[in-house]
Design a protein around this ligand. Structure first.
Ligand SMILES: [Zn+2]
Length: 233
């Protein structure tokens, strides 16, 4: 983990130096080629566009949610952008993903009042130096001109129940336990848009949706940057 943190610092320092030495131009986030004013060069833009999910693509349903959308398949350029956001702590990647996700949300007509995100465990957030889902949610909210607020926190383990579960089930249960965040604003009667980076089985998002409903949200939509076509961690 110290290694991840060091890598992310090196990256940030690298980007900072580039800006300092060459303030008039920028370089592409994915291939480092010079590019005018944009964070991705035209070739990488095309590579990213190739990852866009077709409009008719059927996502696995999260029965708890009122709607679900994803912008990209978790492959190639889209996967690399998520990596840059998550492990490189590169906020610029969140800007690109967030704004493209906004287009997918609009296309699906998922009208919401408030944007929130799937929170990551505090320990991991400190190690990585960024909460990638929060970064995505903030950019998406900006693009949709909606407020953004942290509504959920990772819940404590329910020890009474934990004793009856196997180690694997316990880990899964702890991972999927959520509770209201401290000082979370009221969600009573609101339409909430929940954001995450990658959708695999949908179990984590479903657990968040259940908690948001318990907190009084009238409708809950889920928006993810990428849909993983294969199971992986
Ligand atoms: Zn490029």
């Amino acid at each position: 983990m110290a290694e991840t943190r060091r890598r992310s610092w090196h990256r940030r320092l690298g980007h900072w130096f580039k800006e300092l030495l060459w303030p008039m131009g920028r370089s592409c986030m994915l291939c480092n080629r010079a590019t005018r004013s944009q964070s991705l060069c035209p070739a990488c833009m095309e590579r990213l566009a190739a990852c866009e999910l077709p409009r008719a693509y059927q996502l696995p349903g999260i029965t708890e949610a009122d709607g679900l959308c994803a912008a990209f398949a978790y492959e190639e350029a889209a996967k690399r952008l998520v990596w840059e956001l998550k492990f490189g702590a590169l906020e610029e990647a969140g800007v690109v993903l967030g704004w493209r996700l906004a287009a997918a949300v609009r296309q699906r007509g998922m009208d919401a009042d408030l944007v929130t995100w799937v929170p990551m465990p505090e320990k991991r957030r400190r190690e990585r130096g960024i909460d990638h889902a929060r970064c995505l949610a903030e950019q998406l909210a900006k693009a949709l001109a909606l407020p953004c607020a942290g509504l959920l926190a990772r819940g404590a383990e329910d020890t009474a129940l934990q004793h009856t579960l196997s180690r694997k089930e316990r880990l899964r249960h702890a991972r999927d336990a959520f509770c209201p965040a401290m000082n979370a604003p009221s969600t009573e009667g609101l339409r909430v848009l929940l954001v995450d980076d990658v959708l695999t089985t949908g179990a984590t998002a479903a657990a968040c949706v259940r908690e948001l409903r318990a907190m009084g949200a009238e409708q809950v939509f889920v928006a993810v940057a990428c849909r993983a076509l294969r199971e992986e961690s």
